[in-house]
Structures are given as C-alpha cells and as structure tokens.
Design a protein around this ligand. Structure first.
Ligand code: AMP
Length: 281
C-alpha cells in the first residue's frame, strides 16, 4: 500500500489503472480506524479493482474546536490497518493541500442538512462534509464510494450532492458495526471514561426499545420516541434528539406506516457526543 499526500500524486497513481478499465473504490475516513471503517475497506476490496482509503480530519466539519483538537489521530496504525484490510492507496493530505490559500467554495445542501445533526452542530457541519466529500470524489473520481449507515444523515446529504451535481459515482452503504453490548463503533469511543463507557449503550437501548414497541403494534411516532427516551434514561442518558424521520428527507413522521422510517438518536455521554440509528421497516 502506498501513502500519498498530494492530489497530483493521487491522480498520477489512478490515471493508468482507470484508463486500463480498472474500477476504483473510495473509502473516505477521518482516521483512527476501527472495524466500522475496515468493514467498508473490505467491502471495497471485494467489489473494486483498486481501493483508496482517504484519511483527513476535516476542520471544516467540526463545530467545536475542542472536539477537533481531541479527535484521535494515529496515522501509523491507520497505515497498518488499512493495508491489512486490503487498501492499495492511503491518501492522507495536509489541510493546506485540501484547502489551499484563497479557498472560497462551499457546497451546501438545503433542507436535509438542517434538522437533527444539522440543528445540533450548526449549518457549517454538513456544508463542511459536503464540500470535502465533493472534493475527495473529484480528486479520486472513484466508481464507487463506500459510506457507513452509522452516519445516516451524512449518507443522505452525500447522496443528494451526488445526484444534484451529477457526480458519476455509485454510493454503497455498509451496515453499522457494533461492540458486543450494542455500542456503535466510533473513533470517539476511546475518549469515553470507564463509567461513561458503561452508559454509552444507552443509544442502542433506546433504539431497541423503539423497535420492540413498534413490533408490538405501536405506530405513533411521539409515543415510540418517548419509549426510546425512557429506555435511555435507565442508563442516565438524555438524548440531544431521538426522532423518527423519513430516511431520504429527514422530515419527521407523525406515525409509522408502510414506508421505512429512520429512528435517529444523538447523546452526549460524559463529554463525548455519540450518534446511532435504526430503520423500522
Ligand atoms: P469517520 O472516520 O467517522 O468520518 O467515518 C468514516 C466512514 O466510516 C463514514 O462513512 C462512517 O459512516 C463510517 N463508519 C464510522 N463508524 C462506523 C461503524 N460503526 N460502522 C460502519 N461504518 C462506520
């Protein structure tokens, strides 16, 4: 596996294979790789001829400078893990390479960026995500980009960017990988103190309670959300939001009918912000 730092190097490495008709898979990450990321790399390995993992802690999508400063970084380990999972190229640009002096363009996605994560983290968050992912897609021009269902709203925002800007890439979404107790893997989990780590499965517990209540026949979104919050309270966790929304638009639903509904939850446990979601069919 090669580690590349500049767009020029990346293009030079990909041009030949692309012309030879080899398919390119892209797995964008912010590093501190875990099984969630690696499941996407393996999926890319299985489906594409050439696998590019990107490692870039994108300052533009952090609403909180402390969170950015505390974001875990371990490039040496990321190199070893992505090579082991089958990546051919690790693209790890500097902030200056991604945002050169004079950088002035932002991709914003209306409506879908506003609720839930957008409301909690502010409008700059998804603009930062949409801008950097658009840039990474243009830099690598992959055939397929692999994203995780854990960040469901991010997936919806990127799907919209790809559709609206006619970016020729297929999006594949990998299932959320979890710890044995249900906690969704996240690079931020390493920051959980021991007592908070024991409370962190609250998000999954809330989602499971909603699922069970729905399976028992409840259809009212307000009641289902209240059941989820109550289950989280048992672990002393109050969500920032726990909402039932349409998976493509993130518009809240009043009840669960024949369409799929996404149950999205976010909470701070100790100082660490966690998110998770589930789909009710
Ligand atoms: P991040 O490094 O947090 O920006 O995540 C990079 C990619 O990995 C995103 O597409 C995430 O949705 C995905 N990802 C993060 N955590 C998980 C997980 N637990 N399971 C599956 N995919 C994940």
């Amino acid at each position: 596996m090669k580690t590349l730092r500049t767009v020029e190097q990346l293009r030079a490495a990909l041009n030949g294979p692309r012309r030879a008709g080899r398919s390119i898979g892209l797995v964008p990450t912010m590093g501190a790789l875990h099984e969630g990321h690696l499941s996407l790399v393996r999926r890319a390995r299985a489906g594409c001829d050439l696998v590019v993992v990107t490692l870039f802690v994108n300052p533009a999508q952090f609403d909180d400078s402390e969170d950015l400063a505390a974001y875990p970084r371990d490039e040496q380990q990321d190199v070893a893990l992505s090579a082991e999972a089958g990546a051919d190229i690790l693209f790890a640009p500097t902030p200056g390479e991604v945002y050169p002096r004079g950088f002035a363009t932002t991709v914003t996605v209306d409506e879908i960026s506003a609720p839930l994560e957008g409301a909690q983290r502010g409008p700059a968050h998804f603009a930062g995500v949409a801008t950097v992912v658009t840039k990474l897609l243009n830099m690598a021009q992959p055939d397929v980009a692999f994203l995780g269902q854990k960040d469901a709203q991010q997936v919806a925002v990127i799907r919209r960017v790809v559709r609206d800007l006619d970016i020729p890439v297929r999006i594949e979404v990998g299932e959320t990988i979890r710890e044995a107790d249900g906690l969704a893997l996240s690079s931020r989990n390493v920051r959980l103190r021991e007592a908070d780590r024991r409370r962190a499965p609250a998000l999954r517990r809330g989602l499971d309670a909603v699922r069970a209540c729905h399976a028992a026949g409840e259809r009212d979104a307000t009641i289902l959300a209240a059941i989820g919050r109550a289950a989280m309270a048992e672990l002393d966790v109050v969500p920032e939001y726990l909402e039932l929304v349409a998976p493509d638009t993130f518009v809240p639903v009043a009840s669960v009918g024949h369409e799929q509904v996404l149950v999205a939850v976010a909470a701070r446990v100790g100082g660490v912000r966690l998110i998770d979601n589930d789909i009710l069919d």
